[in-house]
Design a protein around this ligand. Structure first.
Ligand code: SAM
Length: 217
């Protein structure tokens, strides 16, 4: 794994400044982005591009999200240090490590077995204490629910009901919902056992959320 050099840290400072210009204002989120060496989540062929504000391939037809998207979703979560968070779509593990800068209780689930194994090894090497699972995250992680926050990093056709049920009252789900071309970022807060309040934000383009409560349902 490539070490984290002075040059990489300078590139992260430039990236954080770019994210601030684009509207990311939460200083804790920007500090988290400064701390995580994004180049260590890249295939060697793409490492030189790690600090561009772009999504890149990670194999298996999947991508590491654009830094702006990672910062945007993390900002919407409004994490407290004691929050239990579930991420759906571990991918490279980068977003997971950004979350670990802000809370110690991060659960993350990945559908693709090859990516899961690769990322499990990567995070172990990096001594990142996330709880990683392989399976259909559109159904959540019922054995470990409830969660204070749930983050979906793939585009869903609808809001999966199992995820709403696994939110603690007062908790929030951040999820992009739409068709294959574009998805609206939603923040859904569980106000009570039966009441959910939803806010809509910018439009993005994500890879599809597969699984029974995603595009395969
Ligand atoms: N958060 C990731 C990162 O930091 O690299 C990027 C995620 S990538 C945009 C979306 C990921 O969601 C892919 O790795 C894909 O395999 C995964 N995915 C798609 N459907 C899923 C499902 N039902 N359950 C869990 N993961 C899923």
């Amino acid at each position: 794994m490539d070490s984290d050099s002075y040059r990489h840290r300078g590139q992260r400072r430039a990236l954080a400044a770019e994210l601030r210009r684009k509207g990311i204002h939460d200083e804790q989120v920007l500090t988290a982005m400064l701390a995580v060496p994004r180049h260590q989540f890249f295939d060697p062929a793409f490492q030189a591009h790690a600090y561009q504000d772009k999504a890149f391939p990670i194999g298996e037809g999947q991508t590491i999200s654009q830094p702006y998207t990672v910062a945007y979703q993390t900002q919407l979560l409004r994490l407290a240090p004691t929050d239990r968070v579930l991420e759906i779509g571990t991918g490279s593990g980068y977003q997971c490590c950004v979350l670990l800068q802000l809370t110690s209780q991060v659960f993350s689930i990945e559908y693709n077995q090859v990516l899961f194994e690769r990322t499990r090894r990567r995070l172990a090497t990096m001594h990142q204490p996330a709880h990683l699972f392989c399976g259909d995250g559109s159904l959540g992680l019922p054995a470990h629910a409830p969660f204070d926050k749930i983050l979906v990093t793939a585009g869903s056709p609808t809001i999966p009901r199992p995820l709403l049920r696994q939110l603690r009252v007062g908790g929030a789900l951040v999820i992009p919902v739409g068709d294959a071309q574009s998805q609206r970022m939603l923040r859904v807060v569980r106000e009570s056992e039966e009441e959910f309040v939803r806010e809509e934000f910018e439009t993005f383009r994500f890879v599809p959320l597969l699984g029974r409560a995603g595009w395969e349902g």
